[in-house]
Write a protein that binds this ligand. Sequence first.
Ligand code: FAD
Length: 531
Amino acid sequence: MSHHATIAVVGSGPIGSAYARMLLEQLPDAHVVMFEAGPQLTAIPGESVRNIADPAEKERAREMSQGPQAGELRESLGIPAGAVVEGMFTARQGTHLLDFGGDGSAHAPTFPAVAAATNVGGQGAHWTCATPAPAFSEKIPFIADDEWHDLLEVAKDLLHVQSAAFADSAVGAGIRSLLEEEYAGELPDGYGPSTLPVAGDPQPDGTMRWAGADMVLGPLIDPESPLSARFELRDLTLVRRVEVQDGRAVGVTVEDLRTRETRVVPADLVVVAADAFRSPQLLWASGIRPPALGRYLTEHPVVISTVALDPDKIGRFASEADLDAEIARRSVNPADPVAAVNRIPFSEPDHPFSLQVMYAENPPFPLDPSHPAAGNRWGYVNMGYGMRKRPRFQDGVTFSDEELDYRGFPNMTIEYELTDAENAEIAAATERLRRAGNALGTFIAEPRLLPNGSSLHYMGTMRMGEADDGTSVADPWSRVWGVDGLIVGGNGVIPTANAMNPTLMSVAVAVRGARKAAEQLAASDHTRQTG
Ligand code: FAD
């Protein structure tokens, strides 16, 4: 009789979802149980809240993602709406600060904007959906280019990546032309201004249905698909511990946050994809403590600004009629602020940063009506440079066995510092941002460096490496060193210094991990049947 492998997935974000999908597609008899600490927000599990047209409903979904939501713990740890910048990089609604300052708060004075989302779909229900691919030294050095290319293609399919979203926007094209003029001759071929790949399905009316974990799960949440019979998603279920026996993960201890009941769920494989801080925390709480756990934290220092498009400048490339068409398209979904997305990608040696240029009808903050750029008919551009951070052992999160956090886990302390290397690149990118802004219009918010932790792209805390030498947590297939049957997934696995939005890369890494895990489970099944 065939063995029915049970796979426990911790976390329902894009990465846990990618593992679930890939494993079920490859293993015809396996079952996946996915545990999610937060609540389900939308009728379709894991859908992007950006697709919710009703502002009150959208607000409710974000509020529900901002902290513990079970029973009496229905408190919000959220970021006040006035302090957020929609459509850009910074910590926003839908997320909750880890260092929120109350009882059981993490300690992160040097990384104050660090945030998470707790809901079905994870941060992937709130993300901006920018999905550039890593390039040059951003890539993982020990994965060959051919394989990497294939992994990225699968990842793009899973996330529904569009490389030319809003390519028909004449204003968007005009923005690219102005940036091309500004940077003429300075950027390598193929790495100049271009449309930013984003994840979602373009709709016939010109709007986007943005991607969330729902699209990654695909057939697993389609009742018509046979795969859905082998998939179970339990929301408001907190994984408290990974159970390990004789060097092998054998299941998870879960707490139903509705009833407060705790039980052990046996599993043949455990995938921990519970974000870059809570995954290492769960491993630590389970007694799995490789020396690199939580260390080598990186993110993207971010410099942002907002510019009112100058009618004379953009008018050289787009007409009033183009603008009318743009405004008509945007009015179809006024709740979605983004109208066109451009970028200048990372390239080496001269442009080791990533510029994201979001075109929107309104500024991301209230602009005094008496401001000369208020009510600008041509709209506004929110622009930001993401930069790299060199991985260092001393930057990272440590866990306390004495002090528990608000969930009863070993509390976190994050220590993090920018060095001369980062400061030099921040200065260079800020200068370029000024040039880009001046090429497009007038600054209504000057370039400014956001507080550490603002990128929401937290990497390195469970980094993969080629050898179990203390500088990595997982092997090149994301398997935790020294514990069989345990995989870690998410941005924490990325070992490189990079500037690109990391989700596509993390999904590609997950595809690799899932393929290897499926091979291993199939082989052990075969041994069991024949042995
Ligand atoms: P998450 O999506 O964080 O999901 C982890 C899940 O695990 C959470 O739902 C959490 O509740 C759950 N969990 C944690 N602990 C436990 C436990 N013990 N038991 C059960 N469940 C648990 N990335 C990009 O690449 N491009 C972008 O444009 C972009 N924009 C962003 C904008 C915003 C506003 C935000 C918030 C994020 C953005 N990101 C972006 C980051 C992106 O969303 C993440 O890279 C991605 O969601 C990571 O996926 P994940 O599955 O690893 O983790």
